[in-house]
Write a protein that binds this ligand. Structure first.
Ligand SMILES: Cc1ncc(C[n+]2csc(CCOP(=O)(O)OP(=O)(O)O)c2C)c(N)n1
Ligand SMILES: [Mg+2]
Length: 147
């Protein structure tokens, strides 16, 4: 899910911790309401859609605003933050193991570039891509990417 989608349903993490429901959340943080920014483009607007600010409590994320790791931990769950694509596969693996061992949701926050057009469509096989897709051959995928 996106960073803002995460923020407006974040309280559900505490419910999952309460009932010991383990799952992995992949949180794509562009510090933007990306889809709404996209919808405003036709009107030459970029109005009230960016979520960026310098969080004085979390220098490691620069101007990405909300510290989702700390927010997740405050609700009794676990979180990992990933900046580099080659750390993704390892983080997913670690998240699955942590969720199984600790019986709580584990959030993998991925810090993405801020401005990109978001892939979308009415069906999973009708997704429009707005930028080049990196479609790796199976043998080129990072170790651990498949299960
Ligand atoms: C409950 C609800 N409120 C508002 C919207 C309108 N809406 C669609 S996309 C979006 C922004 C989502 O931002 P984010 O989760 O950060 O995802 P991004 O587009 O940046 O990947 C909003 C507010 C919605 N779809 N559902
Ligand atoms: Mg976003």
């Amino acid at each position: 899910m996106g960073d803002y989608s995460f923020q407006f349903l974040i309280e559900e993490l505490a419910v999952a911790a309460q009932h010991q429901v383990p799952f992995v959340v992949v949180l794509l943080n562009n510090s933007y309401l990306g889809l709404i920014r996209q919808a405003e483009k036709a009107y030459n607007m970029d109005y009230e859609v960016q979520l960026s600010f310098r969080n004085i409590n979390c220098p490691e994320i620069g101007d990405y605003g909300v510290d989702h790791v700390k927010a997740t931990e405050a609700l009794g769950c676990l979180a990992l933050r990933v900046f580099e694509p080659d750390r993704l596969a390892g983080a997913f693996q670690q998240a699955r193991e942590l969720a199984a061992a600790r019986r709580v949701p584990v959030v993998v926050e991925v810090i993405t570039e801020r401005v990109t057009d978001i892939a979308m469509g009415p069906e999973i096989d009708q997704i429009a891509e707005f930028e080049e897709v990196v479609d790796l051959a199976e043998e080129d995928e990072p170790a651990g990417a498949r299960r």
